[in-house]
Design a protein around this ligand. Sequence first.
Ligand SMILES: *[C@@H]1O[C@H](CO)[C@@H](O)[C@H](O)[C@H]1NC(C)=O
Ligand SMILES: *[C@@H]1O[C@H](CO)[C@@H](O)[C@H](O)[C@H]1NC(C)=O
Ligand SMILES: *[C@@H]1O[C@H](CO)[C@@H](O)[C@H](O)[C@H]1NC(C)=O
Ligand SMILES: *[C@@H]1O[C@H](CO)[C@@H](O)[C@H](O)[C@H]1NC(C)=O
Ligand SMILES: *[C@@H]1O[C@H](CO)[C@@H](O)[C@H](O)[C@H]1NC(C)=O
Ligand SMILES: *[C@@H]1O[C@H](CO)[C@@H](O)[C@H](O)[C@H]1NC(C)=O
Ligand SMILES: *[C@@H]1O[C@H](CO)[C@@H](O)[C@H](O)[C@H]1NC(C)=O
Ligand SMILES: *[C@@H]1O[C@H](CO)[C@@H](O)[C@H](O)[C@H]1NC(C)=O
Length: 645
Amino acid sequence: MWQFLARNKQAAAMVGVLLVAAVVVIVLSTRGSGKPAEEAAPAEPEDISEDPFEFSSHSLPSDDRFMPSIGNGHIATNIFSDTVYMNGLYNGKHGESRRARIPGYANVRLNSTLTHHPYSPIYSLDTRDGVFKVRVDRERSIVSQKIYAHRFYTRAIVNQIEVISKPHADPNFSHHEIWIAVKLMPGAPGADLDMQDPVAEIIHGRQVWSACGQTKESEDPIYQPSPVSVCAYWTSVPDHLVVPPHGSRVFTFAMTADKNKTVARTEMEQVLQADGAALFTSHVEHWHRLYQQAGMEIEGNLGLSKIVNGIWYYFLSSLPSEQSHQQQDRFYGLSPTGLARGGTFDDYEGHNFWDTEIWMYPSLLLLYPHYARLLLQYRLDTAHVAADLARRTGDKGYRFPWESAFTGSEVTQPCCPEVAQYEQHVTGCVSFAARQYLAVTRDEDWLKNGGCSLVTNIADFWASRAVINYTTGLFDIANVMGPDEDHFNITNSAFTNVVAGYSLYLAQYVSCLCKSYYLTKNPDHWADIAWSLALPYDETLDYHPQFSGYTRPEKIKQADVVLLGYPLLYAMNESTRRNDLEYYSSVTRDSGPAMTWSMHAVALLQLNESAEEALRASHEGYVREPFKLNESAEEALRNSHEGYV
Ligand SMILES: *[C@@H]1O[C@H](CO)[C@@H](O)[C@H](O)[C@H]1NC(C)=O
Ligand SMILES: *[C@@H]1O[C@H](CO)[C@@H](O)[C@H](O)[C@H]1NC(C)=O
Ligand SMILES: *[C@@H]1O[C@H](CO)[C@@H](O)[C@H](O)[C@H]1NC(C)=O
Ligand SMILES: *[C@@H]1O[C@H](CO)[C@@H](O)[C@H](O)[C@H]1NC(C)=O
Ligand SMILES: *[C@@H]1O[C@H](CO)[C@@H](O)[C@H](O)[C@H]1NC(C)=O
Ligand SMILES: *[C@@H]1O[C@H](CO)[C@@H](O)[C@H](O)[C@H]1NC(C)=O
Ligand SMILES: *[C@@H]1O[C@H](CO)[C@@H](O)[C@H](O)[C@H]1NC(C)=O
Ligand SMILES: *[C@@H]1O[C@H](CO)[C@@H](O)[C@H](O)[C@H]1NC(C)=O
């Protein structure tokens, strides 16, 4: 167990990093009508729990985007939504590729929570046990519902409803059975999958439905010649749960889904065969092993502690189990809003971006290094597509796409072709993740199993992008875009050139362990280019202009040069770091995305300055109660302005 205390500076820095990581996993990019916490009216439901690992409330957020999610890396859903998503299930061509919606066969509702009732339910996200709970205290019974994505039977989402009858003062009632109305609300079949009609069968004495189908449109005809199949099984749900007087009972309902029908069916059999209590216990045991393997303890600040625990809960819900009943499918990456979302533009369509390597990866690497390797594996699995992309654009080695999903081909949304064309730093970010991975783990086995190829091909890409400038005697990289998306087609983006330089040096660094890749070349070639790469620096003002030709005081969208100090750890004089920080904080536009002030908080801590304000700015007003989901700054701000107009 890693233990950090917030009053210690280093720990606070970690919190900053984690908050940033969370931006990515749980930011709900909101194009709707949500308002940041201060403006919100009616008030957001309050979190009434004093437990740092539990978020409880008497009511649910009025906006579904702030409902919590459950997931196990294979399958996930937003609580009470009519949609389930699965790892590696996408529909739509090129930029239209998005997570394919499976109807919500896991959406079992208690009628007493559907309409206004005299009973006041309590809703809790219990991150300690990895379960969403509903508790309704009625005249004659206590009804408790648990909803979880099983961490061992990973194809399954389980609903368990326990009804405990209460002793009743009125003897006339005590002979009656207790009836609890329930309803399965899966929603309409949906547009992403061609599903066949459901078929009923009996499994272990239970009526079970199944339906199989295929995605309608392939992401890319070259890399995905045929559609992807998916099969779902679900138990039928009666209108009422009936419990004898004085009795109590647990009712188990499940949904399973997989690309392989046999796998989905086997999983349903296992779940139905298991004893209800044991089924839950095995989920909790597997979740504990994961969730309690690492973490951060924050003392004396319940609010912050809940946010950080929430971050890890949402993070791990999108990552696969370490042990599972049946073999796991390939892992298709971590998308900004996680596995439970990704059907819409607002949810980044479930695509992978540089966010994976730069924003989510660092904290996973320190606390869960095997997941860091898994994230790199997604890039290795799609490397042949990156090689084709480099060839098509006249470059060498691997060029990773700005957005990728199922095949690894470029799936940037049709709105924004510039980011796909220019934001090439994503390829350097993959190499930077490899560099950090090797620094932390010294995993030579990884190098032999694809790492050498990844590292050297990325170096080849940058070597082909760097062009000598005979005026300066330095190498330039032109026609790019840095993290600041307000400027494109620029030359020598400071961020891009630093990740490119690191990529080149890394290839030289690993060369003795990757000899077979250097039969025909001299590894020092890469280092020579890295050494002579241009990095904009203004001697008079002692700061880094963001690119060649940047003019002060042009506004920028988000932290860019500031990322050189952290996370890139690029060595520079303290005065330069301070000047970069001060200057860019004054020109970052207010409506930028989430990824700025947490980086400033880290920088201030590196400079031994108080980071309290920056840390607060990085999350306050954006974390939505009661389930600690985050709204992106851009939208929160737009919404708050709209609120005033
Ligand atoms: C129980 O039922 C009987 C007959 O229907 C009725 O007379 C009596 O008042 C009831 N008792 C209560 C406590 O309602
Ligand atoms: C439960 O609620 C659903 C949806 O409102 C409704 O269709 C159903 O009839 C209700 N069931 C009972 C037994 O009231
Ligand atoms: C589906 O899973 C079963 C059981 O694991 C396996 O025997 C079979 O080969 C799989 N089918 C496909 C098409 O992968
Ligand atoms: C070489 O660098 C100089 C100085 O930065 C610049 O003005 C010039 O445009 C560059 N030449 C080319 C061919 O890019
Ligand atoms: C990008 O910059 C190059 C010069 O490096 C120029 O030739 C080209 O027209 C620019 N493209 C756009 C779309 O501005
Ligand atoms: C850092 O500071 C030292 C001493 O003031 C100076 O000699 C050096 O040039 C500076 N380095 C850079 C990159 O500005
Ligand atoms: C929430 O969003 C804000 C602004 O978008 C971001 O700066 C912050 O780091 C995020 N915080 C958490 C806890 O996710
Ligand atoms: C910050 O403080 C630490 C510990 O006192 C010291 O080692 C470090 O050099 C300081 N850093 C700066 C930038 O002043």
